[in-house]
Design a protein around this ligand. Structure first.
Ligand SMILES: Nc1nc2c(ncn2[C@@H]2O[C@H](COP(=O)(O)OP(=O)(O)OP(=O)(O)O)[C@@H](O)[C@H]2O)c(=O)[nH]1
Ligand SMILES: [Mg+2]
Length: 297
């Protein structure tokens, strides 16, 4: 009989949740950046090990809501921690527990669901002795099913996380085909790769106000080339200028980096064309949030 486990990865923004999902799945399906609030929706990642299918949900990071988009992102986290087998609560071991982490931990404790504390970024500790007080702090708040210090960057401890999750699987049919690694449509994956490059290259509020819509994605009939055209939406005319850059330099830098990653992912030569458009204050406009696929309400 086959086995399945559904696991949500939740925790503060920038802790390394999407990095963990990518490491487990073995492909880059979720955008990762050094900026907070990189992940905006729930992203499913699937890993099959022998007869066990592990289904992971990566979620937006916990933060103080600043606009309607933030509120949708935090709703996604709340909705993703019910009807599952376990939660991986991911924390950054170099940071003190904050209010939003504490709030989620308490609600998880009330739900009686197994919570695995994954303390990431141990590579940043000068001495491994520094981990003991961090563990003590977390375990004084709620009872965890397991506590696992890891470094996703150095591929340290990920196998222990997987072993722990396998133990929580139960007999069931597999819900996804065995060769499927994510439920994200190809257009969404491509758009996210473009947004990730802009997140890394731009500063302050500009990258956070960006949404990317892939309008066309088509392989040519006569050549092995994938044509992709994408629209980069931003919130202000001044942001548009920054995204394009002097003589188009910024847009060129971002689209070249995105193209290289797209070619690597889809294993085909890519011809990428990007346009920049302004949608004033879209992160506070429900209709636009929905049209960008960032809310289904
Ligand atoms: N030093 C170090 N950095 C890490 C490690 N894991 C992830 N990072 C970095 O931490 C940053 C945030 O990683 P993400 O995976 O985007 O974090 P996240 O929790 O998904 O963030 P949000 O989507 O914003 O909630 C990136 O710059 C990663 O490269 C680690 O083990 N060690
Ligand atoms: Mg993320």
């Amino acid at each position: 009989m086959s086995r399945t486990a559904f696991i949500t990865i939740a925790g503060r923004t920038n802790a390394g949740k999407s990095s963990l999902l990518n490491a487990i799945v073995g492909e880059k399906i979720a955008s990762v950046s050094s900026k907070p609030q990189t992940t905006r929706t729930r992203i499913t990642g699937i890993r099959n090990i022998d007869d066990v299918q592990l289904v992971f949900f990566d979620t937006p990071g916990l933060h103080k809501p600043v606009n309607k988009l933030s509120e949708h992102m935090l709703d996604t986290v709340r909705e993703s921690v019910s009807d599952i087998d376990a939660v991986i609560f991911m924390a950054d071991c170099t940071k003190k527990i904050n209010e939003s982490e504490l709030k989620l931990l308490k609600s998880l404790n009330d739900s009686k669901m197994p919570v695995i504390l994954v303390l990431n970024k141990i590579d940043l500790l000068k001495n491994m002795d520094e981990i003991a007080p961090v563990i003590a702090d977390f375990t004084s708040k709620i009872k965890f099913h397991a506590v696992i210090p890891v470094s996703i960057k150095e591929n340290n401890g990920i196998d222990i996380v997987i072993d722990e999750i396998i133990k929580l699987s139960s007999e069931s049919v597999h819900y996804f085909p065995d060769d499927m690694i994510t439920d994200q449509p190809e257009k969404v994956l491509a758009g996210e790769m473009i947004r990730e490059k802009l997140l890394e290259l731009l500063q302050d509020e500009v990258p956070h106000g960006i949404a990317v819509g892939v309008e066309e994605m088509k392989e040519r009939d006569d050549k092995d080339i994938l044509d992709i055209s994408a629209v980069i939406y931003c919130e202000k005319e001044s942001h548009k200028g920054i995204i394009i850059g002097k003589g188009g330099s910024m847009l060129k830098k971002a689209s070249t980096a995105a193209r290289i990653e797209l070619e690597d992912f889809f294993q085909i030569k890519v011809n990428l064309k990007c346009w920049v458009k302004v949608k004033e204050d879209w992160r506070n406009r429900e209709g636009l949030i929905r049209s960008f696929g960032l809310s289904d309400k």
